[in-house]
Write a protein that binds this ligand. Structure first.
Ligand SMILES: *Cc1c(COP(=O)(O)O)cnc(C)c1O
Length: 574
């Protein structure tokens, strides 16, 4: 039995405890999706990749944490296109037993009136200093479960609202029950990465044996990720009644009284001791939306050694020793000789272009300015803002600029699919005069090639809908400048003509015309001329991007902030 410690004792005793008992994990991190690497396709986009990056940094820093998510035997999907450039989704084929270890532990939960056996796979994330951090993937595809129940952990964002509700019950209630079965008895903090796992509060209440919301609140912290109400999961009680077992139903009705249903965000807000958004602006927007004043912010980051190119990594290791465990040291990037920065960058650019030649049959020119744009093809991300005035774009950029796009649209999002179609068709029409390349099947591997190999990263979301955004931070880790609408993290990372360029006016209201005009103006008067006529300044901006942005927008800093502000624990090893 592990001795239960008061928080203030943790700092001193943590090392000893961790070394003596691997089950000592005061923090459990719950996320509907986790993106660790390409070969574990249990993520769809930024939320999952962020979760993976946070868990990796926690392992690097020796933070005693365990991760919990679902398995998704069918993954998200593989993206293909038909003759008409319309996205088609193909199933992902992967074998969990190649990447994960199936544990013997089983727990049971009841949903839709049937008892279901939940099993668990583990992935040991080994940190840079050898510290192992377990990530648990729940799965129901076992005998003797009902055939329908066996499919509950197959698809990420694949089913209807009822399927989703079942998944969230498995993640929250099943996840906590599984942690107990695995021997984790003294977790102080349950961290909800987005509201999906909020039903774990029901299980906490069941364990407690009596109704005491304050005792629950003390144990939960909640990170919200969506600045628009439509982005929050919502389940009507009519549906919950059909899915939940009686005890959980009675508890959730008591916890969310006088409401027609449960918003998972609302649940998270009400039953956590600490709530944060993922950038300063996002916290402001969230406070206004939830009519609160207490939403704090911890701006997102990316995992340094996952996203840095091999060339830049060598360079940093040579000039800034110790940066991998303490990326704050990248402030010293201004001391790296410019020619070395440029050589490392060009090597990544060639690697990206080799991939483009292989997959698209197009030979791009490594001496030409190359802009990248890749993210989920949600309409608010406005991948087509660049194409607002194609004639003008041709005049400004023809013969000088190459563009590379990538991105998946949600299978049910026809608006997103139309965006992709428009970009692919424009690429075909413009041809060699203004190459617009589309790389199929955006995933972590392609994200990595792009955020290491382009010259400038373009981002044009509708304000204030980009809660944070992280792909631009991956670029910063590689000395690549952002050219972006002032939203999410970029408001904090942007210094005009130093770390990149803004697009459009500063106020929150979006005016698409102004944004497009500004995009063209700056591309013509700043980005293109600096690249071709002022190489020295360009490379100096690259170094400033590393020093000012990569040094801060990384998950090592993020995890330290969570430890200090949200978990209230002090890690000696950090
Ligand atoms: C980093 C990443 C994202 C998130 O990018 P945003 O800029 O936040 O949209 C999405 N998908 C993949 C595959 C990524 O690697």
């Amino acid at each position: 039995m592990i001795q239960r410690l008061h928080r203030s004792d943790l700092g001193n005793s943590l090392r000893t405890l961790m070394e003596n008992d691997p089950a000592f994990r005061p923090v459990a991190y719950f996320s509907m999706e986790v993106g660790l690497k390409e070969s574990i396709p249990t993520y769809s986009g930024g939320l999952g990749v962020l979760a993976g990056d946070i868990l990796k940094s926690a392992a690097d820093l020796g933070v005693p944490m365990a991760g919990v998510t679902l398995l998704y035997r069918k993954g998200y999907f593989v993206q293909e296109f038909n003759q008409d450039d319309w996205q088609k989704e193909k199933p992902v084929v992967w074998d969990p037993s190649k990447e994960l270890t199936l544990l013997p532990n089983r727990i049971s939960i009841t949903i839709q009136g049937r008892e279901i056996q939940v099993g668990v796979w583990v992935y040991e994330c080994i940190g840079a200093t050898g510290y192992p951090l377990p990530i648990y993937f729940l799965d129901t595809d076992f005998e003797p479960n009902h055939p329908d129940d066996r499919k509950l952990c197959w698809y990420l964002y694949g089913g209807d609202n009822r399927y989703r509700l079942c998944q969230e019950f498995i993640l929250g209630v099943g996840g906590l029950r599984m942690l107990r079965a695995l021997g984790y008895m003294n977790i102080d903090t349950f961290h909800l990465n987005e509201g999906h796992a909020g039903f774990l509060t029901l299980e906490l209440m069941r364990e407690l044996g009596y109704y005491d919301p304050d005792r629950i609140r003390e144990q939960v912290v909640f990170t919200t990720h969506t600045p628009v109400p439509a982005g929050h999961d919502y389940f009507e009680f009519g549906l919950i009644d059909q899915v939940f077992p009686d005890d959980a139903l009675a508890t959730i009705r008591r916890m969310m009284p006088n409401m027609p249903g449960v918003s998972m965000t609302e649940l998270g807000l009400r039953y956590s001791r600490y709530v944060n958004g993922v950038a300063k602006k996002h916290a402001e927007v969230s406070n206004a939306m939830f009519k609160m004043e207490t939403v704090d912010w911890i701006t997102n980051g990316i995992h340094p050694t996952t996203w840095v190119s091999s060339g830049m990594r060598k360079l940093y290791n040579k000039h800034i020793p110790g940066w991998e465990l303490d990326p704050g040291r990248l402030v010293q990037a201004l001391t790296i000789p410019k020619d070395e920065v440029w050589a490392a960058h060009q090597a990544s650019k060639l690697r990206l272009f080799a991939r483009v030649l292989e997959s698209n049959g197009v030979q791009l020119d490594p001496n030409k300015l190359t802009l990248g744009f890749a993210r989920r093809a949600a309409t608010y991300k406005r991948a087509d803002l660049l194409l607002t005035d194609v004639a003008r774009l041709k005049r400004i950029a023809g013969g000088k600029v190459q563009f590379i796009f990538a991105g998946k649209s949600h299978p049910h999002d026809d608006g997103g699919k139309r965006l992709l179609q428009k970009i692919r068709k424009a690429g075909r029409e413009l041809g060699e005069e203004l190459p617009i390349i589309f790389i199929d099947n955006y995933n972590m591997e392609i994200a990595s090639l792009l955020t290491q190999g382009v010259d400038v990263w373009l981002n044009t979301p509708v304000r204030p809908r980009e809660a944070s955004g992280t792909s631009g931070m991956k670029c910063a880790m590689n000395g690549i400048m952002n050219f972006s609408v002032l939203d999410g993290w970029w408001i904090e990372g942007w210094i005009e003509d130093v770390t990149g360029w803004s697009i459009g006016p500063e106020p929150t209201e979006t005016n698409a015309d102004l944004d497009a005009i500004d995009l063209y103006e700056k591309l013509e008067k700043k980005v293109i001329p600096t690249y071709y006529n002022n190489h020295d300044k360009w490379v100096d901006m690259m170094r400033h991007t590393i020093a000012l942005d990569a040094s801060f927008f990384n998950t090592h800093r993020v995890v330290r902030e969570y430890a200090a502000k949200a978990y209230s624990i002090d890690f000696r090893g950090m």
